[in-house]
Ligand binder design. Structure first.
Ligand SMILES: *[C@@H]1O[C@H](CO)[C@@H](O)[C@H](O)[C@H]1NC(C)=O
Ligand SMILES: *[C@@H]1O[C@H](CO)[C@@H](O)[C@H](O)[C@H]1NC(C)=O
Length: 212
């Protein structure tokens, strides 16, 4: 009798599991350390939001890329970002993210405006970066969340997009998506790096000790 009951219960649980996305499997936060698969350059493919008031800001972004790199301080990640806005303006800048466990805390200064963000990263497809961004108001109250899927090239397989949509559902995002374009902002660091290089003659004596 007991064995039959167990079998019946198992059948019930597997039935209910089949109808819902398996969120425990789909949503696994990444512990952020130097081995995390988050480093390098990423191109935004799609974003979602959890409150309709956040939609306007995201749809004004035509394309976006970020570069995450480890800094000399193991608790700090450097984030270089570049957004192309719809009026064909490129905004880019750099920010430091402080890491604690599975969360990053970042302060962005954009044209004199300061904004605070908590980031979480989740397991995702190979060569993908899935990041949840909570925008915080100065009193650290949440303004809402975005979910961003970046890839190395900006493109994505249809099956990977389906997985993203299920992950977004598990994380309670709205079933609305903004797809990013592929016309990326050029990297300003590459062009602005040349003028100092021409001054090496003057600086030679200063820079030499650093090379040793
Ligand atoms: C980006 O801008 C171009 C030119 O204005 C426009 O054709 C394209 O639809 C935009 N793409 C996105 C994703 O907003
Ligand atoms: C990031 O941290 C480094 C090292 O502490 C500092 O030199 C740099 O100015 C910081 N950058 C920003 C944008 O805050």
């Amino acid at each position: 009798m007991a064995a039959q009951l167990v079998v019946a219960l198992l059948a019930l649980t597997s039935l209910s599991a089949a109808s819902e996305p398996d969120c425990k499997e789909l949503v696994k936060p990444l512990v952020l350390d130097s081995h995390s698969p988050i480093y390098g350059k990423w191109v935004l493919h799609v974003g979602s939001w959890d409150q309709s008031s956040l939609k306007n800001d995201l749809v004004s972004v035509n394309s976006s890329w970020v570069e995450l790199s480890a800094s000399s301080d193991s608790g700090v990640i450097t984030i270089y970002w570049a957004d192309r806005l719809n009026e064909d303006k490129c905004l880019q800048g750099v920010a430091n993210a402080t890491i604690s466990g599975m969360t990053s805390h970042t302060t962005f200064n954009i044209n004199g405006h300061t904004s605070y963000h908590d980031g979480k990263y989740y397991e995702t497809c190979a060569d993908c970066l899935l990041s949840e961004d909570t925008t915080l108001l100065p009193d650290s109250e949440s303004k809402g969340r975005y979910l961003f899927l970046f890839t190395r090239t900006g493109s994505l397989e249809p099956s990977e997009l389906e997985t993203f949509k299920k992950q977004a559902e598990c994380l309670k995002f709205l079933p609305e998506y903004h797809f990013s374009g592929s016309d990326l902002c050029p990297d300003d660091r590459e062009t602005s790096a040349s003028p100092p290089a021409e001054n090496t003659e003057n600086d030679q004596t200063d820079t030499e000790p650093a090379a040793k």
